[in-house]
Design a protein around this ligand. Structure first.
Ligand code: ZN
Length: 397
């Protein structure tokens, strides 16, 4: 893909003039980048289907067909963030937390949610949220925390089940490789750090075409036996349409035989929290000092330092208390998260050190993560990190 700077002709009063504003165009497709181009990309990183049931991630306000002027990246959206977007000529705000969670029945500016939405609409600013779907994927919010802490061998703490499907199909031996290739190109057969995974075995397929059939092999009303390859691949459910279309497009048969079945396997790529190891164990007090510095913290609320040394560390950005049992079961010495309530700290029960670092503080580096992803893919933008501090919590020290 090749980009260049150019003056864009804009229609005005039935004639054309050249805009003063220099914009960036994609010469390959001669097409401006739209909000939708950005949101499609973000949804490849963190499919919306991976958001929790209570969540409201996705395009919240605005028109996805608009051309992007620039992008402001923030943790929350407030009126001040919308004002910052306008001041910095950004018509897209990519935020971690959705400004609208529940339905809005009235829009008259009585609370900060309504006022923020009204201000965004009035100023043609689009708001997109990438929330628990980004919490739940490899390379998401928790991997960013793990990276800040220097954790190694990081994996998802509580992988989800009931996400994977298995496809079994059959093709003449000579045609099978190209069909498998199409399935792999569509994203099937990816397991952890391995892709293009499949299993195949040869056997005999039989069929009898009727008068209306247009068979690739064989003829009407005659039983045919064909040496075929049976192959199987797994893929996440959200890719089902894409994978089945790839199968049918690449397969030579008029009628393609296949089975899709649901798997109960955990999917290591999707789930809550993350766990990894420090390269070298630290004394518990040293770990707290490192955590404070790495996450730029004012304060850490923690339970008793029941582990002399810390090596295995579980993390979860935001309110992660629901993962305590997983952290203990995984052998973590420490669980770094936020939003703990008084009685919940007792659940550490001498088995782990809980560190509550604050919700905002645990997730604020998500902004950098999104900036890195977007700027690597869309080289024509330099997404801006919001400078508005949206943390509603202040510390008096
Ligand atoms: Zn959060």
């Amino acid at each position: 893909m090749f980009f260049a700077f150019a003056a864009i002709p804009l229609p005005q009063n039935n004639c054309f003039y050249f805009s003063e504003r220099i914009q960036v165009i994609d010469l390959e497709g001669f097409k401006m980048t739209t909000i939708q181009d950005i949101t499609h990309f973000l949804e490849q990183l963190a499919p919306l289907t991976y958001q929790e049931s209570y969540d409201n991630a996705g395009l919240i306000v605005g028109d996805a067909q608009q051309t992007v002027t620039n992008i402001l990246i923030s943790l929350d959206v407030t009126e001040a963030v919308v004002e910052e977007a306008v001041a910095k000529n950004c018509n897209l705000i990519v935020a971690h937390h959705p400004i609208v969670f529940k339905g809005l029945k009235k829009l008259n500016g009585r609370n900060y949610v309504e006022r923020t939405v009204i201000k965004a609409i009035k100023n043609d600013v689009t708001i997109y949220a990438i929330h628990t779907n980004l919490d739940n994927v490899t390379g998401g919010v928790n991997d960013k925390i793990a990276e800040r802490l220097g954790l190694q061998r990081v994996k998802i703490l509580a992988p989800k089940s009931d996400i994977l499907l298995k496809l079994v199909s059959f093709a003449p031996v000579a045609d099978a490789p190209k069909v498998l290739e199409a399935l792999h190109d569509a994203g099937a057969g990816q397991i952890g750090n391995y892709d293009r995974c499949s299993f195949s075995v040869e056997g005999d397929g039989t069929f009898r075409p009727n008068d209306k059939a247009n068979p690739y092999i064989g003829s009407a009303n005659a039983i045919e036996t064909v040496r075929e390859q049976r192959f199987e691949v797994i893929f996440p459910a959200y890719l089902q349409t894409k994978v089945l279309n790839a199968l049918k497009n690449a397969h030579p048969y008029e009628e393609v035989a296949y089975y899709v079945s649901a798997l109960q396997n955990q999917y290591q790529e999707v789930g809550a929290g993350a766990i990894g190891d420090l390269e070298t164990p630290l004394l518990a007090a040293e770990f707290l000092a490192m955590l404070k510095q790495a996450m730029n913290l004012n304060v850490i609320k923690h339970t008793a330092l029941v582990k002399e040394r810390v090596q295995k560390v579980a993390v979860c950005g935001g309110a992660g208390g629901f993962l305590l049992a997983d952290a203990i079961r995984s052998g973590a010495d420490v669980f770094v998260t936020a939003d703990y309530k008084y009685h919940e700290y007792f659940d550490a029960d001498g088995r782990i050190i809980i560190c509550d670092i604050g919700h905002y503080e645990s997730e604020v580096f998500t902004k950098e993560l999104l900036q890195q992803y977007i700027s690597r893919k869309f080289v024509n933008f330099a997404p801006i990190l919001s400078e508005t501090n949206t943390n509603p919590v202040s510390y008096y020290i």
